[in-house]
Write a protein that binds this ligand. Sequence first.
Ligand code: NAD
Length: 419
Amino acid sequence: MLTTKLADNAYDVALENFDAAADALQLDNDTREMIKYPERVLTVTVPVRLDDGHIHRFEGYRVQHSMVRGPAKGGIRYHPQVTLDEVKALATWMTWKCAVVNIPFGGAKGGITCDPKRMSPGELQRMTRRYTSAILPLIGPEQDIPAPDVYTNPQTMAWIMDTYSMTKGYPIPGVVTGKPISLGGSLGRNEATGRGVFYTIQSACEHLRRPLKGATIAVQGFGNAGSIAAQLLHEAGAKVIAVSDSTGCVYNRNGLNIPELILLKALSGHVEGFPESEAISPAELLALKCDILVPAALENAIHAENASAVRATMIAEAANGPLTPAADRILESKGVFVIPDILCNAGGVTVSYFEWVQDEQHLFWEAQDVYNRLEHVMKTAFRDVLKIHLEKKVPMRIAANMLGIGRVAEAVQLRGIYP
Ligand code: NAD
């Protein structure tokens, strides 16, 4: 349902964005050589006995882009379109993202090319455990800490935590974040990404002196990130007029009842057929006249061919890499205010950091404490990025990359080169 231009390679986009920010920082070539590329790239074979008795080989990846500022951190994606280049791009963005919110992690990402919607729970569990076993030499609470991403969830994290712990011989909850609460997960982690998106939208509205109450919003992708952002925006009095998932898009110009839509999605697995809504196409959703567009699905949703149709005046990138550089240029020329992904969706990794801290300390926080700390981190990061945007007169994406890349550059310069 995405109007995705598949030709845009996410890793090329990540490198192009790096170069633009490194140029703006006037970063020297030696530092660029040290921080631009992934430190480790692992491809693994994941053989799984399917329910019909035969063995299918899946391909999986774990990429550690950077451990300059701390252990590598990043989610695991299960999707038919997962490629090594996509995982490299997502790992690269994780490095700059952790630095933007100033948490002591580097960047990583993992994925398996598979279609989880066509797999049984048993098949998913066997695939997850075998994949964990294959990447086991790389991961660990002090090394590399996976988390959920597209089509993985707390249950997936529980299987990874169990496989890792059984191999080591004792429970090690800190090996993953986004775990169920009963296994050492953090209150507030499940809604952290959407909540962070909400806080950055609040900050952007304040900066632009536009009211959030009554603002019209379209959300592409109604999963963890998109649905929670929609829920909080709805609670704040904004009108969420359209949402989509991989099966369809629903629209109501007076605003959708988001709590009921979340219930429908939980019960039926899709948003299609929601009462008091009309069906529209994915292209129509992106081109809706609205105040804020929230892409919360996959990369390259808005590209050279459809960016000029966008009529929103603000884009909040809940997804990673939803705008191509060509789209960025078109939207910039139209004066659209973009909250870039490495700032907008950093709430997930921020509360993952809180979860890891709690696991390491065996001491757990109240939900309100998590929300307060998250709000502080997100709003501070927004202010830091905005300051660069205004002072250097660069787009918000370049400003965010300058902040993140600048912090990693400083760390690598202090550490020096080994040997
Ligand atoms: P999810 O699996 O919970 O939800 C994905 C949603 O996108 C589903 O509703 C699905 O139906 C929809 N979708 C998939 N393909 C689509 C398409 N072609 N058109 C429209 N909708 C489509 O995943 P998520 O965790 O919400 O991740 C969504 C995005 O947010 C990804 O880019 C992910 O990297 C990013 N993100 C997630 C987190 C997190 O903590 N979950 C953190 C940071 C960034």
